[in-house]
Structure formats: structure tokens, C-alpha cells
Write a protein that binds this ligand. Structure first.
Ligand SMILES: C[S@@+](CC[C@H](N)C(=O)[O-])C[C@H]1O[C@@H](n2cnc3c(N)ncnc32)[C@H](O)[C@@H]1O
Length: 417
């Protein structure tokens, strides 16, 4: 039993009174240095991680895993406290953003590079030369002149061939793509709004860079703790058994959001330059949207009775898309693999905290949290607690059709005995 309370012994500031309903959203991250470098729509907030670390008595001797690390909230918060941490995500863009928040930067080197970019902006008034695969994939999302600048900056970063420059300047570029394009991230969709008023890229980019420079002190003062993210699949990882002593994570919700669509511009701008590459990521993500496909064969999985009953009811009613039924089946099969993999990677007496929301299709509630508890029981993860962080209203369309029935968003706690 660990007794040392690492939070109260450290100089970490953490607001115990912050509303847990906000902590399961990215609300707080948008106001914090470095956490706000990239606004990831699917994040939870820093203090949720700190709260879970405190309540589960984790300390510097632990090693935390986040197998769905997204933009790295678990990683940065754990590093702030000085607990070694490892992230995994299937999207190269997410891994990159996470790692950008864990590096150290030489402030004067970065400032000089910003001056260089400012200078180049002043000298050039045409940026046409770059013509590659990315341009064709990106052209419909930007005014032509803005896209020229995006590709120009990307080319400049690549030419530098330097890790610090790449992480700092590409993160800044990725973080402004939504602002300077015709797109708007809207739930699980990437909307194109041709009438959108688009600001000048140069001023948006430079102001982001200057803001990030002010955060260098914060990032350089973080403890020198082992922290990083790698590309991989949460269902099957390359880590040895017993490598970790805690998991703090949030898998994709069963809400049909396809991350390869929501973050399409970011993926193409820095990481994947063909449609095929995007499709591979789309097909290989956890089956939380209808286009994802089975990636791994599963031989030891029996769907829980509650799930079978829901699937049966869904078969009998009309749905906007029949593939939803297959998605539901696939999602829980994938989550069975995820929980098994988590169990394999954890040492005895480890804790798992998993944040997840319930959903509803065709007016039928899918209690995702309860079904996951069931899956955990089947593989002998000891269920400890379900903390309901908030109740979420359903979409206006669903509400009109089926009435108001708020869905739970829960934090599930298990112990690997
Ligand atoms: C809810 S988000 C996590 C957000 C994160 N907690 C944060 O604060 O930024 C879920 C993540 O799971 C990733 N993902 C989807 N399928 C995956 C898989 N098979 N293996 C690993 N990551 C996956 C997505 O790319 C996405 O970043």
C-alpha cells in the first residue's frame, strides 16, 4: 500500500474544487500553458489526471500508461508531477503533438528561428513553387494563397531537419489550420464553410509562435521524468508484460466520430500524403465509427447479454444507418482486446481509470460504461468504482424524436489484482 501523497508534497497547483463535469472536457486545457498548444476536441482536462493520480495514491515509483493518449494530457500532467509515463496513439499527428509538449526547447534558438520566419514572410509575396501530393489533397480546404503559405512553412520546417524546430513550428502550424481554412470541427464532422472569413495566416501563425515562446520556461522547468508517446495500437502493443503500474485513459467514445476526418488537415499537412494512407488509419482505428474494420481476430470473446439484447432491439427498428449495429458489435470486441492488453501490461496491484460516455441510437440507450465493466469482469479485472462525472443531453434531433434522456459520462476504476 502506497502512502506518500505526491501531490501535497509537490509544488503542483491543482484546484480541488473545479467541477468534475468540466474536467471530462478540454475546458481547462484551453487556459493552461503548453496544454493549450493544440486544442484537441476529444481531450479531458489536466486536473482530472492529477485528481486520479492523487486519489489512487500514485507516485514517482509508478509508471503510467495512456494507450489512447490523444494530445497528451495524461502524459504532460504526469510529467508535471514527476511520474514516468508512456502514451500510445494510432494517429501519428496525435503522437507528434503529445511529444511536442514533453520536449525541452532552447529559447534563444527558437526566437532566432521565429525572426527568420518573420523575415521570410516580409521578403516573399508569392509562395507558389511547392507542388506535391499534399497540395491536391488540401486544395479544397484553403484559399489558394493560404495553402501556399502553409506548404511554404512546412517546407521550411522540413529543410531545417531539426527536432526542436520541427516540434515547435509544426505544432504551431497544426494548431492554426482550422482557423485559417474553410473548415470547422463540429462534433464528429469536419464542416466546410466556403463563406467563412479567413484571417491572414502570417499574423495568426506569428502570434501563436510568440505565445508558445512564453511557455518555454514552463516546459523547461518540468521534472526530467521519462515521458513520451509512440504510434501504436492499444489492442496489441509491443510492451513487455508488467511494464506499467497504472492506466489513465479515455478510448474513443462510441459516437461515430472518425478522428481521421476530424483531424484530416493536420494529418495531411504533416504526416500522411496519400488517400490510401488516411484510409488505412481510418480502417484500423478502434471500431467507434462505421468505416473502421476488424483488424484482429478474437477467439475468446463472448458478447455480454445486455449487449446482445440491445443489438436485438436495434435489429427490429429503423436506423439512419444499419451499419451502426455492426459498429456496436465491433466496438465491444475491440474494447475486450484493449482491456486484455491493459491487464497484460500491468503489474499486480495496479489501477485503471477509464473515462467513457454512454450513447443512444434509434432511441435505445447503450450503457457503454456498464458493458465495459462487464467485459472487465470477464477477464478478472476487479471493478472498484463508477464515478458519474456528468449527464449529457442528447442531440436536438434525437431529443425531438425520442425525448430527453441524458446519458452518463463515467470514470471507471478497476484494479488489476
Ligand atoms: C478520446 S481520444 C483521447 C484524448 C486524450 N485523453 C486527450 O486528453 O487528449 C481517443 C484517442 O484514441 C485514438 N485511437 C483510436 N483508435 C486507436 C487504437 N486502435 N489504438 C490507439 N489509439 C487509438 C484516437 O486517435 C484518439 O486520439
Amino acid at each position: 500500500m502506497k502512502t506518500k501523497n505526491i501531490i501535497s508534497q509537490s509544488s503542483i497547483k491543482y484546484d480541488k474544487n473545479i467541477d468534475i463535469r468540466l474536467l471530462v472536457t478540454p475546458y481547462q486545457n484551453k487556459r493552461l500553458p503548453v496544454y493549450d498548444w493544440y486544442s484537441y476536441k476529444h481531450s479531458f482536462s489536466r486536473d482530472l489526471v492529477i485528481k486520479l493520480i492523487e486519489e489512487n495514491h500514485l507516485n514517482g515509483e509508478d509508471k503510467i500508461l495512456d494507450p489512447f493518449c490523444g494530445s497528451g494530457t495524461t502524459l504532460l500532467a504526469s510529467k508535471e508531477i514527476g511520474i514516468p509515463v508512456q502514451g500510445i496513439d494510432i494517429l501519428p499527428f496525435s503522437v507528434f503533438i503529445s511529444n511536442s509538449k514533453l520536449l525541452r526547447y532552447d529559447k534563444s534558438y527558437i526566437k532566432n528561428a521565429i525572426n527568420e520566419i518573420e523575415d521570410l514572410f516580409q521578403r516573399y509575396d508569392k509562395y507558389h513553387e511547392i507542388n506535391d501530393g499534399e497540395r491536391d489533397l488540401l486544395i479544397k480546404f484553403f484559399p489558394e494563397e493560404t495553402l501556399d503559405k502553409v506548404l511554404f512553412i512546412r517546407g521550411w520546417i522540413n529543410n531545417k531537419n531539426d527536432d526542436q524546430i520541427k516540434h515547435f513550428f509544426l505544432t504551431a502550424l497544426l494548431s492554426i489550420l482550422e482557423d485559417v481554412s474553410y473548415t470547422r470541427k463540429d462534433g464528429g464532422f469536419l464542416r466546410i464553410l466556403k463563406e467563412k472569413k479567413i484571417p491572414d495566416l502570417k499574423s495568426v501563425y506569428l502570434s501563436k509562435l510568440h505565445k508558445m515562446v512564453r511557455d518555454i520556461e514552463f516546459i523547461n522547468n518540468l521534472p526530467d521524468t521519462d515521458a513520451g508517446a509512440i504510434e501504436g495500437d492499444a489492442r496489441k502493443t509491443m510492451f513487455e508484460p508488467n511494464s506499467f503500474s497504472a492506466v489513465i485513459t479515455s478510448p474513443p467514445y462510441l459516437n461515430r466520430h472518425d478522428y481521421t476526418r476530424v483531424y484530416l488537415l493536420e494529418l495531411i499537412t504533416g504526416f500522411v500524403d496519400t488517400q490510401e494512407g488516411i484510409k488505412t488509419l481510418r480502417y484500423h482505428s478502434v471500431r467507434s465509427h462505421v468505416e473502421a474494420r476488424r483488424k484482429f481476430m478474437v477467439y475468446d470473446y463472448n458478447p455480454p447479454k445486455t449487449l446482445n439484447a440491445i443489438l436485438q432491439r436495434l435489429e427490429e427498428i429503423s436506423l439512419p444507418n444499419r451499419q451502426i449495429i455492426k459498429m456496436l458489435e465491433g466496438y465491444f470486441e475491440d474494447m475486450h482486446l484493449v482491456l486484455k492488453e491493459i491487464k497484460r501490461l500491468l503489474r499486480p496491484n495496479s489501477k485503471v481509470a477509464l473515462i467513457i460516455g454512454d450513447v443512444r441510437y434509434g432511441g435505445i440507450k447503450v450503457p457503454v460504461g456498464d458493458i465495459l465493466i462487464n467485459l472487465g469482469n470477464n477477464i478478472d479485472l476487479k471493478f472498484k468504482e463508477k464515478i458519474t462525472a456528468r449527464m449529457r443531453g442528447n442531440s436536438p434531433q434525437q431529443m425531438k424524436k425520442y425525448g430527453r434522456e441524458p446519458m452518463e459520462e463515467n470514470i471507471l476504476i478497476w484494479e488489476r489484482e
